[in-house]
Write a protein that binds this ligand. Sequence first.
Ligand code: BF8
Ligand code: SF4
Length: 644
Amino acid sequence: MEFDIALNKVSDEASAKMLVKAEEDCVETCFDRHETQKTQCGFGKSGVCCKICHMGPCRITPKAPKGICGATADTIAARNFLREVSGGTSAHSDHGRHLVLKLKAVAKGEAPGYAIKDETALRYAAKLYGIDGYDEREKNNLALELADLFLNEFSEQEGFLKTLSLAPQKRQGIWNAKGVNPNGIDRTVVEAMHRTTMGVDHDYKNLLMHAIRTALADGWGGARIASIVSDILFGTPKPVKSTANLGVLKKNTVNILIHGHEPELSEILNVAVGDPEVKEYAKSAGADGVTLAGICCTANEILMRHGVPIAGNFLQQELAIITGAVEMMVIDVQCCMPGLPDVAKNYHTEIISTTDIAKTIGADHVKMNEHDPLKSAKELVKRAIDNYKNRTEEKINIPSEKEPLVAGFSVRAIKHMLGGKYRASFRPLNDAIMQNRILGVVGIVGCNTTKQKTDGYSNRLSEELIKRNVLLLQTGCSAIGSAKAGMLKPEVALEMAGDGLREVCETVGIPPILHLGSCVDNSRILEAATEVIFEGGLGDDFSMVPAVGVAPEWMSEKAIAIGSYFVASGINVVLGNPLYVSGSVHEYLHNGAKEDFGACFHCIEDPIEAADKIVEILMQKREALGINKKSERKLLDMKDRRAL
Ligand code: BF8
Ligand code: SF4
């Protein structure tokens, strides 16, 4: 493949170089398989293919408008949508559950290698959930009660999720009125599977209400709990410098990639690579040390807390191996392609799976020793070091591209930066929005997909929005896309930003694009929006705040759950590629939901049109708040000041 052609598929040169190399090395990647899968099923795309029972599969056409059982297109599309939301909710929530179980084990002194790193986060969470003695009790005793409370969030059968109470009062009222409060997360998902099995729930609207309920069990349940517990166990992120893109791999070090989502494993591997004995072992193998770098969200987790460099986002997982310089890729759960071992067998890379719920054919499965995880981690690192000698010199080509970045913006960190350490507050942000220095806040989240040029839409949209004075909060693979484009370098983003945004950012010392973490950390965006509401002046519900969520290059069911809990929270969501829905289901999600929840989905496949739409929504919210008039004056003032 020509380099120029490769650059039509991916935005960064490092990835384009690896696509060229893949062809030279005769290695098949997802970009090739996209071509072989090109004619994708139209029935699937409109959500009207059903294989829920074995009288089917049934697909709806004008000539066959009903399935064998009589199911309509709307019933089928709504069932499929609910199952997708359930998949996404389950991924985030099961991840959260593992962390809660770890917290419980730590509290009981049964998790060697792990500890409560952030007691402030523990006490703050206990306070939020109304636990007595949150400020004075012994920390393990407090953590045990909190862990049990969180476990109950999964198993609650009759009551509703306690985490919902972290939302502003008015939104809780809307959920109550619509009857979409979820019971326990597990119960909600089991009910979703029940309702969508053959011959149960056939009313598309009723099914969509359960999709909303299930998504809320993610954003105001499992995902939020995952972020809270991660902060308690591993520390609440604060601004940290690092670098991103394939150029973080080094020619003369043993390179280990950690890929997936759970911070539990990456945290301990990070400790292992810093161990003097391991470092010595690497030297004895002729290497200059060990480089640990990340792919996808586990990368975001250790970037946020330790500044561990990012090798790439979702569509770079195979490309990283094609550098020929990766000794080991350690995978856990979610977004790890089953094709990885096929790529790895062309090089010396070992793919190691580590979680019993996520095995891959061709990967070697290594179970971490629960009683001594550091020992297991060190053994893995040493195994990677042993593999260093197996490199094939002619196959190594590490692209030089890498960009510096600043990440680590937890809500606590943003609050401190905005208001100062002793009066941490969102006030300066609210004021800046009310004075139209900042137009509004947009969360850009989600993945890459072979359907779109990697990072193309996401980066173009980000650039356009900061130019138009919109403050960006990013997570997941889109944040990594911005990092690779150099836009998480504060001085670069400040240069691109509009006058108002730039002035505010320079004054308070935050960059125009804030990297908030992994995909489960989208709950941090809701947390930030809640802080904005509590601070006052911008309405008392999410639907009033000038804020929008965007998933530009999404592909995962997780993104559907995230989008749905944003909409259910009253925040409009722009998607860069379509949901697989049609008919009444499409109409409800892209329009009707506005009436019930104050927000809906908007699918816009062009980034500039998306920017226009986002600005239009922000302006409508501003208008409704009555802050536009005042702000026009403010902008003039600013220009006048500059002219002087
Ligand atoms: O949870 S953004 S491709 S890595 S699904 Fe996956 Fe999408 Fe990346 Fe993280 Ni999120
Ligand atoms: Fe067909 Fe109905 Fe069975 Fe679905 S549930 S496969 S529509 S018969």
